[in-house]
Design a protein around this ligand. Structure first.
Ligand code: NDP
Length: 246
């Protein structure tokens, strides 16, 4: 596991947006960021799940979060602009962006991959990250110390048979991370990195490996150290790097 111990008020006063905040790794990150003092904007498409994350943050005594429902499949560039305007109006800036939402698609050889499914995976895993980053960058640049975290995968670093659009989308995410990091280097307070969570006990993992015993995998809470490190001030100056949570 990545070796880092976050101080209790690591993220005090920070405004952090988390996508896919209603379940799995995204929920854990949202709750842990709030526990460390951040006001978290919870984004996802399932309001009930987002409310459960909201309740978990309240129960943990974190700052009151905000819920911003959004279906990344259907959202248009204008929707992201509207999101930016909304955050600007309510918070004035953004200190962190965890681009965590993702879809697995199907485990199928490229020769048989359904074109519509391919485009859906690319829309959620790649295009939405571009639209959102583009719309929120001006707000991130207003922060004194902002962090953007992209979510990759082992198959985003080395291709693997049958992982299709998911694998290709994660390679694209790594590319976007590198391009943006290079653009922000030395000219803005924004640093940009990626995390490969590694095999983690979530619904997505269970759907990819139905025969696996989830009890053998770390929980989202257990892989949080690198998520804390990259979101907080201790990683200031770290830019354009690809991290492993495990
Ligand atoms: P989950 O399925 O629990 O989380 C994915 C999240 O993305 C869900 O909250 C999901 O919402 C959301 N999402 C999917 N599609 C959309 C959409 N169209 N609009 C809005 N939100 C959407 O899985 P994980 O927590 O495991 O995944 C988190 C990230 O970690 C992903 O990027 C994944 O690729 C990555 N990852 C995970 C690994 C693992 O072993 N768990 C390993 C490597 C990478 P909904 O519940 O509504 O579908």
């Amino acid at each position: 596991m990545f070796d880092y111990q976050a101080s209790p008020d690591l993220l005090k006063g920070r405004i952090i947006l988390v996508t896919g905040a209603g379940s799995g790794i995204g929920r854990s990150a949202a709750v842990n960021y709030a526990k460390a003092g951040a006001t978290v904007i919870l984004t996802g498409r399932n309001i009930e799940q987002l409310e459960q994350t909201y309740d978990a943050i309240e129960a943990a005594g974190g700052p009151q979060p905000a819920i911003y429902p959004m279906d990344l499949q259907g959202a248009t560039p204008e929707d992201y602009e509207e999101m930016g305007a909304n955050i600007e109006q309510n918070f004035g800036r953004l200190d962190g962006l965890l681009l965590n939402a993702g879809q697995l698609g199907t485990i199928t050889p490229i020769a048989h991959y359904d074109p519509e499914k391919w485009m859906q995976v690319m829309q959620v895993n790649v295009n939405s990250n571009f639209f959102m980053t583009r719309a929120l960058l001006p707000l991130l640049r207003l922060s004194e110390d902002a962090s953007v975290i992209f979510t990759s995968s082992s198959v985003g670093r080395k291709g693997r048979a049958h992982w299709g659009a998911y694998s290709v989308s994660k390679f694209a995410v790594e590319g976007m991370m590198q391009v943006l990091a290079d653009e922000e280097e030395g000219v803005s307070p924004v640093r940009v990195n990626s995390i490969n969570p590694g095999a983690t006990r979530t619904a997505m993992r269970a759907s990819a490996f139905p025969a696996e015993n989830p009890g053998t995998l770390p929980t989202p809470d257990e892989i949080m150290p690198v998520y804390m490190y990259l979101m907080g001030p201790d990683s200031k100056g770290v830019n354009g790097e690809a991290f492993n949570a495990q």
